[in-house]
Write a protein that binds this ligand. Structure first.
Ligand SMILES: [Zn+2]
Length: 133
């Protein structure tokens, strides 16, 4: 069952107000999860902007907040919506992790090595606690 359509930012800069996750169909027609999704998209948008300006710590922090909003969807009928929101947020975190890994091998390696280690551990823990590892 396809619930959501993910719009991938393929290197292109996205507008602040552009939704990152779009609700295509939902058992409650979004009446339960739309609020959460709006908040998630707002946070992901900020995270995206921070990533472009290489403020990775802030970017990850905003995504962590978004994850908490997804976790807040407790209604059974929107369990699939919540799972997909989480999956998208975690894959965005993976992208930041990969970017940091690259940076930690480059010219500014000493600056990014510690961040990369911290983010790796954090993302692994977040996945594990949600049985997504
Ligand atoms: Zn829903």
């Amino acid at each position: 069952m396809k619930l959501l359509n993910f719009t991938e930012g393929k290197g292109a800069r996205r507008g602040v107000n552009e939704d990152i996750i779009q609700l295509v169909s939902c058992p409650t027609n979004g009446s339960v999860c739309t609020q959460n999704l709006c908040e998630i998209n707002r946070l992901l948008s900020t995270a995206q902007q921070s990533r472009f300006t290489k403020e990775y710590g802030r970017s990850i922090y905003k995504m962590k907040e978004a994850l908490a909003v997804a976790d807040d969807i407790k209604v059974e009928r929107c369990a699939n919506c919540a799972a997909l929101f989480r999956k998208t947020i975690l894959s965005s975190m993976d992208n930041v992790k990969e970017e940091l890994e690259e940076m930690s091998k480059g010219y500014f390696k000493t600056r990014y090595r510690e961040s990369y280690k911290q983010v790796s551990v954090m993302v692994a823990e977040l996945k594990q606690s949600r049985s997504l590892a």
